[in-house]
Design a protein around this ligand. Sequence first.
Ligand SMILES: *[C@@H]1O[C@H](CO)[C@@H](O)[C@H](O)[C@H]1NC(C)=O
Ligand SMILES: *[C@@H]1O[C@H](CO)[C@@H](O)[C@H](O)[C@H]1NC(C)=O
Ligand SMILES: *[C@@H]1O[C@H](CO)[C@@H](O)[C@H](O)[C@H]1NC(C)=O
Ligand SMILES: *[C@@H]1O[C@H](CO)[C@@H](O)[C@H](O)[C@H]1NC(C)=O
Ligand SMILES: *[C@@H]1O[C@H](CO)[C@@H](O)[C@H](O)[C@H]1NC(C)=O
Ligand SMILES: *[C@@H]1O[C@H](CO)[C@@H](O)[C@H](O)[C@H]1NC(C)=O
Ligand SMILES: *[C@@H]1O[C@H](CO)[C@@H](O)[C@H](O)[C@H]1NC(C)=O
Ligand SMILES: *[C@@H]1O[C@H](CO)[C@@H](O)[C@H](O)[C@H]1NC(C)=O
Ligand SMILES: *[C@@H]1O[C@H](CO)[C@@H](O)[C@H](O)[C@H]1NC(C)=O
Ligand SMILES: *[C@@H]1O[C@H](CO)[C@@H](O)[C@H](O)[C@H]1NC(C)=O
Length: 501
Amino acid sequence: MMFTPSMLLSLLAITFTVEAAVGKQRTRTTTAPNWFQTTPNNYAGPTVTGAAPFLAQTNPAPFGQVAYVPNAPLQTSEPIVGAQERNIFHLMGNLSPYFSPENGFGVDEYSLPEGANNFPLWASGIFNATANGTVFEGDLSFLNDWSFKLGEEVLVPQGRKELFDSGILNYYNYGHLYNNSSKLVVRSASQDRVLKSAENFLAGFFGLDWAEHANLLVTIDPAVTGVFDCTRYYDGVLSAFEQVGTWNSIYLKERTAKLRKLTGSYNWTVADTFYAQKLCPYETNGKGSNITLTSSNPAREASSVAYGIAWVEEFLARVEGHLLNVPANTTGANMTLDTNPVTFPVNQSLYLEFGHDGDIVAAMTAFGLTQFAGFLPATGPPAHQQFFSSKIVPFAGRLNIEIIKAPHKVSARRSSKTSAKHDAYICDTGERHYVHFILNQRTIPLHVSFEACEYRDDGWCELTTFMNVQKESLAKAEYQYACFGNWTMKGYGTYSDGRPV
Ligand SMILES: *[C@@H]1O[C@H](CO)[C@@H](O)[C@H](O)[C@H]1NC(C)=O
Ligand SMILES: *[C@@H]1O[C@H](CO)[C@@H](O)[C@H](O)[C@H]1NC(C)=O
Ligand SMILES: *[C@@H]1O[C@H](CO)[C@@H](O)[C@H](O)[C@H]1NC(C)=O
Ligand SMILES: *[C@@H]1O[C@H](CO)[C@@H](O)[C@H](O)[C@H]1NC(C)=O
Ligand SMILES: *[C@@H]1O[C@H](CO)[C@@H](O)[C@H](O)[C@H]1NC(C)=O
Ligand SMILES: *[C@@H]1O[C@H](CO)[C@@H](O)[C@H](O)[C@H]1NC(C)=O
Ligand SMILES: *[C@@H]1O[C@H](CO)[C@@H](O)[C@H](O)[C@H]1NC(C)=O
Ligand SMILES: *[C@@H]1O[C@H](CO)[C@@H](O)[C@H](O)[C@H]1NC(C)=O
Ligand SMILES: *[C@@H]1O[C@H](CO)[C@@H](O)[C@H](O)[C@H]1NC(C)=O
Ligand SMILES: *[C@@H]1O[C@H](CO)[C@@H](O)[C@H](O)[C@H]1NC(C)=O
């Protein structure tokens, strides 16, 4: 690191698609509404617990020849010149962070022999087909005795771990910003896996006594109630689904033709190939099988700015230190909560928020990050694709927004070739504030999306410049028109900035 700016304030918005449980918060006896009571949770949504995993049956421990590498929050991903595949974090004696010794302790591990395996049965259509005499052949013959053993909508163990690890990583990064004289108000959407994600994160961040340090404010989740006041938002979502169907029929055509030869009397279609492919990462995370896969999910719906604008306005309010003061019905924010200093504190140095992957994408769109907005044709990936859902919203994906206070202006040229520690600051300049967006531990260069932000090697933007840009966001969002207006849904590709104009 060139130098360490002191951090005044840090915002973290964190999302999860994976999915288990940790300590409940204590309830308090008081006559005022208890905003921070997390149980009972009437809006948790449906959950189904899956069959308990049994990877030991089929996989040698840890994972065949390849040592299982746990998430290593202390480990930099920066390549180290001369490291020659040695890992300094494995050379710290009894102070090394946890890892599994690759060469073991003298014996190898083996999976259980075949026959000791009652590995289960797949989804009801496949099950019905085989029950009715369909015999799958070749690469699909595993379907003949396969069944769906996953739960639904729950936080899987891998998710529990990633959130816990994320809490630890973020504590190492930002623990200093927590003022232990009061409890931090932390927000989470109410869906079961999101709330459990928040709890696991907090357990990582503060330890199992996190409830001594944080109050969880649970907000009613449109993903559970199906009610997002912005009625026309759903038209955009439907239109996006159509495009996914088109792309599926192109990229899965050949594979479907091949698989059809193995499916006997079962009418195997593109949809079957798609679900089979999707099932693979779900089973990987739910049960620990070893194949991974990603898919992309274009976020160009006509009302995504309307969906995301509440986070932008909440950001502005927190940085400026006041309650939310936007006119009613110009954002999706809950004005009851956001105008109450108990539920919308603005004196914290650290804010944590837990939601869905789509929330992060919508907030980024509403901030106006055009970098990821490139058109994704339904016919195939473009040459310079920027939007990869795997890179933007993986399990436990997170967007950190740092506000940095520096004693002087920081040189825009920070690369090692052009500057050294001593000249990171520009002489004779006064205190400056910067904003720094970090998505999954990598910087988003703000000058790429915002002309007003000067080019900087570090991708930061001066805070006042950034705030001025964002002050336009509310008007641009045209919430009333986008959500309730009589506009006609035009073809896919028409909406490049998440607005119906
Ligand atoms: C991973 O799965 C494939 C396909 O089921 C299997 O052939 C392979 O042995 C597995 N590898 C490990 C390390 O379990
Ligand atoms: C499978 O069969 C059961 C019982 O006949 C039926 O309820 C279910 O809908 C079928 N599933 C599919 C996908 O057709
Ligand atoms: C098998 O096929 C018959 C005739 O189409 C149908 O009535 C029956 O419900 C099917 N069974 C299952 C389990 O799907
Ligand atoms: C921590 O919070 C207390 C109570 O609000 C306040 O008096 C104190 O100045 C805060 N400390 C820091 C470092 O912000
Ligand atoms: C709170 O922080 C202060 C200042 O860093 C420290 O002296 C004190 O021990 C902390 N208290 C707790 C309960 O962690
Ligand atoms: C923020 O203000 C509230 C209400 O005055 C107070 O209870 C809390 O301790 C303050 N928090 C911090 C971190 O200063
Ligand atoms: C197989 O499914 C396709 C797509 O749903 C349909 O068009 C076709 O008629 C079906 N074929 C048979 C034999 O049922
Ligand atoms: C917001 O505005 C729309 C249309 O203008 C209206 O239908 C809706 O009821 C309003 N919602 C609230 C909470 O006032
Ligand atoms: C706002 O939050 C309050 C408190 O959780 C809740 O009662 C109310 O229904 C929420 N309003 C909306 C529009 O979600
Ligand atoms: C909405 O717009 C369409 C097309 O411009 C028009 O035909 C229709 O009358 C409008 N509906 C309302 C309620 O204004």
